[in-house]
Structure formats: C-alpha cells, structure tokens
Design a protein. Structure first.
Length: 279
C-alpha cells in the first residue's frame, strides 16, 4: 500500500498520535505527515504511506488554507487557549479597527515564531525550553499571507479564513493582531481546510479510513504533465543517466514507460531528462 491518505484530525490528538494510529490500522512500514497540526487544531492532515514518503518534500512547500478563530482582549504564553493568561485588557477595538489591522497582514512579512513551537534551538524543540520557563526567541522568518477573507467579528471574537505560505504560524498572527490593537489576543480555534490540491472535504475520520481511500502517488501529481519514454530511455531513467529529450518547455514531468507504467518524476534541463524521484 503506497499513497497519500487524507485524515480529518480531531481536537486533542497530536499529529504524531494520528500517525501512530494509522500506522497500526494500515500496518504500514513507513508513514509520515506532510505538515503538523497542534493538538488544539483540527482538519486536514495529509499522511504519506510507504513509498509515498519519498515524495513528501514536494508537498511540504505548498500553501495552506485555514479557518481561524481569535479571541481579543487576552494574551496567553502559548498564543492559544491552551496556555496561561499573561495579559488582559479592558480595551474594546471597534470592528473597523479590527478589520483594518487583520487585513494588514496580507502580503509578505517577517514573522517571529511562538515560544511554544517545534522549531529547534541547539537540537531541542522550543516548547521544551518554554515549559521549563526558558523563552527562546527565534529570528523572524519571511512568510506570505495570500488572502484573508470571510471575516466575521462578534464582540471580542474574530473569525476568518486565511491562505498562507509554508512556515506561517497562525498563533503568531493572533499574538501580533493583539499587539496591533493594544488589547492582546490568542487563537481559540484552527481548522486546516486545504493543502496543495488536497481538501478537507476529501478527508476521512481516523476510524473510517481504509486502503481504498489512498490517493496514488501519480494521482497526487495530477496537475503535472506526463510523458512516455522508450524502453532504452527507461533503463537510463531508472539508473539516473541523463538523456536527450526534445520537449524542453517542460521542466518537471510525470514519466511513464512504453507499457504506461508510472516510473516517477523527471526533471528536464537544457533538453536533457533525468529522474528526480523514482517510485
């Protein structure tokens, strides 16, 4: 069984716990996820099983889409509702102020990751330092917020949808929104609804997932052009030997042999084709 499995992660489970549950159900030798979700978060968790794990990197860089809920007026040490309250404010920004501040996050910016994160310092995750009272501040990292929409503001609660680049921390957006409004804020709910072309609507509950729900490796790359190569070129392709290929306008392709068997992904560079990743 090789392929990608889309799971609707419930609140309360870590991504690693979901991986272990599916590994046991599917008896998979290799399994990994394509982007972690905190225990508080819900929604789409993409898993790669067995040979599909070799293709995970092609999706780790993809954009992600979330539905978010933020509570204004209170900050926590984790920037979400699981942490301890460290700041409260009596300020009540109006709807226009909240809307303007939230939309200002769109575009490119430098974001400071939260203290409680899986990023590492000297080989140790930041959250382990934070749990013992050591708060390690990482350097800001470039992120891109492509779009914020479906905004709904009720009292001191703000709900919205967001499309963002890899490495974006929604908890940091909540924290920074509170700073912009001088009232504090923290994230209270997060649901991932899309990653790459994988959508939450396609996902299964953990207990309902079966091998029939696996997305094949080649189907996962359905938006990439396909080519067919000869028997002689197939040997070269498998052995990692570059060979002449005429259609140089394509730089990344799915490669099939004469029998229409999927061989893997190929890369075209200056009229030469070689394998990028074999199945």
């Amino acid at each position: 069984m090789n392929g990608f499995l889309l799971i609707n992660k419930p609140c309360g489970l870590s991504s690693s716990q979901v991986v272990q549950k599916i590994k046991k159900i599917f008896k998979a030798k290799k399994i990994g996820h394509l982007g972690t979700l905190d225990p508080l978060a819900t929604g789409l968790l993409v898993l790669a099983l067995n040979r599909a794990t070799k293709f995970s990197n092609y999706f780790l860089e993809s954009d992600k889409h979330y539905d978010v809920e933020i509570a204004l007026g209170t900050s926590t040490d984790t920037d979400d509702s699981e942490g301890d309250v460290i700041f409260k404010s009596a300020l009540s920004p109006n709807e226009d102020e909240i809307m303007t501040s939230l939309l200002s996050f769109q575009g490119d910016s430098m974001q400071v990751p939260p203290f409680f994160s899986a990023l590492k310092h000297k080989g140790i995750p930041l959250y382990k330092y934070a749990r013992r009272g050591e708060y390690i501040k990482k350097n800001p990292r470039k992120i891109t917020i492509h779009k914020i929409d479906n905004i709904k503001i009720t009292d001191m609660t703000c709900k919205f949808s967001i499309s963002c680049s890899k490495g974006t921390y929604i908890r940091s957006i909540a924290r920074d929104l509170g700073k912009k409004l001088n009232c504090g804020a923290h994230m209270t709910a997060l649901k991932r609804v899309q990653q790459h072309e994988f959508r939450l609507s396609q996902a299964k509950e953990i207990q309902d997932a079966t091998p029939k729900d696996l997305i094949t490796i080649e189907k996962a790359f359905k938006s990439i052009d396909s080519i067919k190569i000869s028997k002689d070129d197939t040997k070269k392709f498998i052995n990692g030997v570059e060979f002449k290929y005429q259609e140089s306008q394509r730089d990344f392709v799915k490669v099939y042999n004469d029998d229409n068997e999927f061989l893997g992904l190929g890369e075209v560079n200056k009229n030469f084709l070689k394998h990028k990743q074999l199945v």
